[in-house]
Write a protein that binds this ligand. Structure first.
Ligand SMILES: Nc1ncnc2c1ncn2[C@@H]1O[C@H](COP(=O)(O)OP(=O)(O)OP(=O)(O)O)[C@@H](O)[C@H]1O
Length: 586
């Protein structure tokens, strides 16, 4: 036996694979990397170490009697034969190109456990900036390049509970350590825990060569709702409510505006613009009230719905505030209705892209959790945010705006978005449609890989990237910061004593002051509320409609059609507010 060899090639060999009789089963296991000296060619240039990987392993023995084994008398298993199937990956030539042997290996050649240098260079693991874990079954660090990850986008795909948000947070920690600005769209309040130092065994931290760390003041959590609904948020998130255009408004709830309604809105905004330098949604509502058609009520209703979300403000959250070097802004969508979420994503991402194009903000990364909800594949659903996410996916790299796409349903994400991701981190996936979507979108993903994905244990990911030669399995490192988004242990919760109810929240939301409107009291009248004009009638307060003789009078003073807002910045009790944010007691 050649010193250090872990097996010997036998049988028929090819240029893509060969079989090995295993001598040291602690070094040759499924997924292990091995090396073999190639000197079958007469050309000395081809004499080199070649890297291979164990794809399958079999064990057999024919030197025992079944009868004895059935009686449990087969205790000596030392004559078991272990056979491994090796797939040849190749070697690097003097130009750094990957080459596979053109002449098969000789049977009888010894194989060895691969060393770190060869494994790294042949696989192309040459990044040295972001440590995301260890090559599965080895102590070899897997490091990615920040530039490549951010510029060429990345995706993190896995079935629920397989470690998507954990892995995403590992990448985000690394990006924060490199001062990359992050904007995180967080539907489940999972990312605020980046603030807090992680817990875990010292052994785990040292295995991966990292130390616990909380990112504290580098993380700011914004709520598009309010602080009564989301007391953990640091700041309110608001969109610009001044000088809105027809497109701005119809994009919010597109289904609420037919062509007729858009026309009424257009006319009203044109008129408001001729009279006021700056105007609010209340001014538009008032002007729509001057329209003669019955259809105006639909428009007023839609505009009031938008106003009552309280997402519009004269003091909007600026992109410059959200996207800063070394900072992560988390938009926590807790308690925000899906249609409003996608409107916010559309508006926010458009501003982000425009600001980046104009170099008003530094290069950085947009992180989209549950991306199938914001950029769904055609045929699943329609959302206002799909177009801008597609644009960022296809054009973002030109401007240094990267996107991290995270989803548990790869089959349901817009293909144009998914296919633009140069780095894919895939964890356990079992749904056949999702597996198909992953393998369709990736080069080098074979049916072997699909099988591997179904069997991945938690915490292990398959890394597929333009930078590396073939998919590799990575044991994702422990988080430096605390993991959020743990699932609730229902049984444990049921067994614990119910705590006393929390103290009632009395919260005066410090909403920026809107210009105080003057209002008129109106009797209720019946108007249709659905998007079609023949819909059922309900009672709503109505604005005064100017009579014929009043048409000649100067334009009326702007007066919104509803009662003034209270100090908390909203009309507590608005039906839509309740629908969108779940409660109204703020
Ligand atoms: N690399 C890892 N090391 C240690 N634990 C991990 C790792 N990855 C995941 N876990 C554990 O697995 C659990 C599930 O992970 P995570 O919350 O990231 O799943 P998820 O896919 O985001 O789930 P969901 O779809 O429900 O949000 C967590 O409790 C986490 O502690």
């Amino acid at each position: 036996m050649v010193r250090g060899s872990v097996g010997v090639i036998f049988g028929e060999t090819g240029t893509f694979e060969f079989k090995v009789m295993v001598l040291d089963s602690s070094k040759v296991y499924r997924g292990a990397y091995v090396k073999v000296w190639h000197d079958a060619s007469s050309d000395e240039k081809d004499h080199t170490w070649v890297l291979g990987q164990v794809m399958a392993i079999k064990r057999y023995s024919d030197s025992f009697s079944i009868e004895e084994a059935m009686k449990g008398q087969r205790t000596d298993k030392s004559d078991d034969k272990i056979v491994a199937e090796i797939m040849i990956i190749g070697s690097r030539d003097e130009l750094g190109m990957l080459r596979a042997p053109v002449i098969p290996f000789s049977p009888g050649s010894p194989i060895f456990a691969a060393d770190e240098g060869l494994t790294r260079s042949v696989l192309g693991l040459t990044g040295n900036e972001m440590s995301i874990g260890l090559l599965e079954g080895t102590n070899i660090k897997v490091q990615l390049s920040v530039n490549s990850l951010v510029q060429k986008h990345c995706s993190i795909l896995a079935k629920t509970g397989s470690g998507k948000s954990y892995t995403a947070s590992v990448l985000l920690e690394e990006l924060l350590d490199h001062n990359i600005p992050l904007l995180i769209l967080d539907p489940h309040s999972e990312y605020s825990s980046l603030k807090v130092e992680g817990e875990g065994s010292q052994e785990d931290f040292s295995r991966f060569g990292v130390k616990p760390k909380g990112y504290g003041s580098n993380i700011t959590v914004y709520t598009p709702a309010n602080k009564a609904l989301n007391p953990d948020a640091d700041e309110l998130f608001r969109l610009n409510g001044m000088n809105l255009t027809v497109n701005d408004l119809t994009a919010i709830f597109p289904d609420n505006f037919s062509t007729t309604h858009t026309g009424i809105l257009y006319e009203a905004i044109q008129k408001v613009r001729t009279e006021l330098e700056t105007y609010t949604i209340d001014d538009i509502i008032f002007e729509v009230g001057n329209d003669k058609s019955k259809a105006k009520w639909i428009v007023i209703n839609a505009l009031e719905q938008i106003r009552d979300t309280n997402i519009l403000s004269p003091n909007p959250t600026s992109i410059e505030e959200l996207f800063q070097k070394g900072k992560a802004s988390v938009i926590d969508f807790k308690g925000v209705a899906p249609e409003l979420q996608s409107m916010i994503v559309a508006s926010l991402c458009s501003s982000l892209f425009e600001s980046r194009k104009l170099n008003r903000i530094p290069p950085g990364m947009l992180v989209v959790e549950e991306a199938h909800n914001y950029a769904p594949e055609k045929g699943f659903s329609k959302t206002t945010s799909t177009d801008i996410l597609r644009t960022i996916a296809s054009e973002g790299r030109k401007f240094g705006l990267g996107m991290m796409v995270i989803s548990q349903r790869p089959a349901r994400i817009d293909k144009n978005v998914l296919s633009q991701c140069g780095t894919q981190v895939i964890m356990k996936v079992t749904n056949p449609n999702d597996l198909k979507a992953i393998s369709k979108g990736l080069e080098g993903v074979t049916s072997y890989v699909e099988e591997e994905l179904m069997r991945l244990p938690p915490g292990v990911a398959m890394l597929v990237s333009n930078e590396i030669e073939r998919p590799v399995l990575v044991d994702i490192r422990i988080r430096k910061s605390k993991h959020g988004g743990e699932s609730v242990n229902v049984l444990k919760a049921a067994r614990t004593v119910t705590p006393p109810p929390p103290p009632e929240i009395t919260y005066n939301e410090p909403e920026p002051s809107t210009p105080a409107p003057v209002r008129r009291e109106m009797p209720p009248v019946s108007v249709p509320v659905a998007a079609n004009e023949n819909a059922t009638m309900v009672d709503v307060p109505v604005m005064e409609v100017p009579g014929k003789e009043k048409d000649l009078a100067p334009p009326p003073k702007r007066k919104p059609s509803r009662a003034p807002r209270n100090e908390a910045g909203n009309e507590a009790g608005g039906k839509l507010f309740k629908k969108l944010f779940g409660r109204t007691d703020n």
